[in-house]
Design a protein around this ligand. Structure first.
Ligand code: NAP
Length: 292
């Protein structure tokens, strides 16, 4: 069976990687980008360049993927009369980063034009697209998703997050990015501290930081379970002990001339929990504390 036709709007770093994966998997792919020159490589590899979003959309029998910088750019690109008419009867997969409310807004704006809407959250960087290392969260109705699931599978592992809310993939995308930024906040602070002692960042990261963070990542599953159960055993590392140690991290940073600001929010949250009686609880209690 011939691979289905696909349209991709947006050829930034991520959109180009998505279009490239479709081309590599023999899907006849039509592309559009505001800056036309970004299509050159893809066209050389067999993609067809459309001169407008509507022309790009019309080239696909079913699947239209949009991946632009933000929600406003998507609205600007898709919400003209000609573009909405071209979208009628098609499945629009929006892989643009945005909030759950923006996903819901987009779904309702296109629903009036008989467009099946899927909102996605890409958990990958462009070089991972098309490999099993990438996964993409998707929200929509099950029937809409089933019709395009195998085509979307060429982009990376498919993670359909069921539920009525089309904003759910976006919410989980935000949650995962929050986890990632927490890790990188700690990592850049740790590397700055290590370098202040004269240790090369590469050596510190390879020999100490990566093994340490890998070991600590093992307890993240336990935090999730504790949050579900509402019980927060200390596991031998109670918040009272941690609150006593945190000022040392702050003081050591200041002594080393390294900005201590990354530490202050989590330290404040721990202090608040301890003040509320959580001295013998573990870090899982902070999940509850965040929602108070
Ligand atoms: N890169 C990543 O690692 C990564 C990872 C996960 C998710 N994402 C998400 O993927 C989306 C695209 O990211 P990216 O890395 O491709 O960004 P990017 O390289 O900055 O590209 C931005 C894209 O948006 C287009 N654009 C911007 N304003 C526009 C407007 N007013 N009208 C029409 N098109 C407009 C740009 O067109 P021009 O080429 O004409 O400027 C370009 O195609 C974002 O929502 C991002 O958060 C990215």
């Amino acid at each position: 069976m011939a691979a289905s036709t696909v349209s991709v709007l947006g050829l930034g770093e991520m959109g180009a990687a998505l279009a490239s994966a479709f081309v590599s998997n023999s899907h006849p792919t039509t592309v559009w980008n505001r800056t036309v020159s970004k299509a050159t490589d893809l066209v050389q590899r067999g993609a067809i360049l459309a001169s407008s979003p509507a022309e790009c959309i019309r080239a696909s029998s079913e699947l239209v993927v949009v991946c632009l910088v933000n929600h406003d750019a998507v609205k600007e690109t898709l919400l003209s009369e000609a573009t909405l008419a071209a979208l009628e009867g098609k499945t629009l997969v929006n892989l643009t980063n945005g909030t759950p409310a923006q996903a819901r807004e987009m779904a309702s704006l296109v629903a009036a034009h008989r467009v099946e809407y899927i909102h996605g959250g890409i958990m990958a960087v462009p070089s991972m697209i098309g490999t099993p290392a990438a996964f993409i969260l998707y929200s929509s109705s099950s029937s809409t998703f089933e019709s395009v699931e195998s085509t979307l599978g060429v982009l990376g592992r498919v993670n359909f997050v069921s539920g009525e809310d089309v904003g759910r993939a976006s919410l989980l995308d935000m949650a995962l990015l929050s986890g990632m930024y927490g890790m990188f906040s700690g990592a850049v602070h740790a590397i700055a501290l290590a370098k202040s002692s004269g240790m090369p960042g590469s050596e510190f990261a390879r020999d100490l930081l990566v093994p340490w963070l890998s070991a600590m990542a093992q307890s993240v599953g336990r935090l999730g379970q504790e949050a579900d159960e509402g019980r927060y055993p200390s596991g031998g590392s109670g918040l009272g002990m941690q609150v006593a140690a945190m000022p040392n991290l702050v003081a050591a940073s200041r002594e080393a001339g390294v900005w201590e600001g990354m530490l202050l929010p989590i330290m404040g949250l721990m202090e608040r929990r301890v003040a509320a009686g959580g001295v013998h609880e573990g870090l899982g209690a902070l999940v509850e504390e965040m929602c108070r």
